[in-house]
Design a protein around this ligand. Sequence first.
Ligand SMILES: *Cc1c(COP(=O)(O)O)cnc(C)c1O
Length: 363
Amino acid sequence: MTDQIIPQPGILDIALYQGGASSVAGVTKVTKLSSNENPFGPSPRAIAAAQATLGGLHRYPPIDHSPLCRAIADVNGLDADRIICGVGSDEIITFLCQAYAGPGDEVLYTEHGFSMYRISALAAGATPVVAPETDRTTDVDALLAACTDRTRLVFIANPNNPTGTMIDAAEVTRLAEGLPPQALLVLDGAYAEFVGDFDGGAALVDARENVVMTRTFSKLYGLGGLRIGWGYGPRAIIDVLQRVRGPFNLSLMQLQAAEAAVRDVDYARFCRDENTRLRAYLTDALRGLGLAVDTPHGNFVLPRFASQAQAEACDLHLQARGLIVRRVAGYGLPECLRITVGDEASCRAVVDGIAAFLQAVPA
Ligand SMILES: *Cc1c(COP(=O)(O)O)cnc(C)c1O
């Protein structure tokens, strides 16, 4: 140890990211519903495309991502020249903080916002600022009130994780219009594909100079393990982000798998339809058991229990049945559990498990 070799300010304030658990001691067959993963896995075409790259692992990947950008643009009706691809949308969030926020600058996000906003802000030396939510939902007035002349980035996830709530296009527009001139609004659309008839904010990006959207292949497309995400923004901002992107940030396997996945629109539709159906089933069943559940818009539900103690006891009960869900006390929601919408058998097992728990310990 030396007291002279020290990291940049802010780095030691970063708490290590807590991922969803994937095992339970003493239980061999588990169902992982803790990381909002697609229960059906990626498109078979994406798997085939990834496998086809194995013979070329000694070659550097292309620096130019335009075939993937074109595929994303075709499927989503966007301008390919204003798309940037990264190692998960996490890397796009990192690029944004690196490029637009530094010491003395503020990065604003909401009370139950995604933990990467704080981590990336601190890593860039900037100051994280949290605005309150109202009923676990983004509060535009609270965000606008929290802006200062140092606010450089404002992140909202819409739908948000872990709350699953979202705000409508008029509210998002009001936020974009009300920001101070030096602040960029980032619309994190990790769950946009699950909403149905929703562009994730792309039209607002097209209409304005101060809005960027991030998206991911980790959720609907079932490629969380491969790490691919993208951002869409005004030309000037994408040009800035391209300068901080490492030239070889994505491997050929990532590029090819993502392109095949996004072009397999039938598979994506199947996954979305199953999520819609089973999310409704889970929501209704949990409400039927007497638990409060905000209407969910992503691929997870967030039942609220009577207390933190009851939520944790229920979690242990589910774990004993091999069902792994997510505690979200770290997101300021200690009385809740976040449960990913799995396949039909998993959803039924969760409902049966919670019903049995509540029968022993009523809500
Ligand atoms: C899962 C998630 C992401 C996606 O992260 P990747 O790096 O693309 O895997 C981004 N934002 C939110 C709110 C998420 O829940």
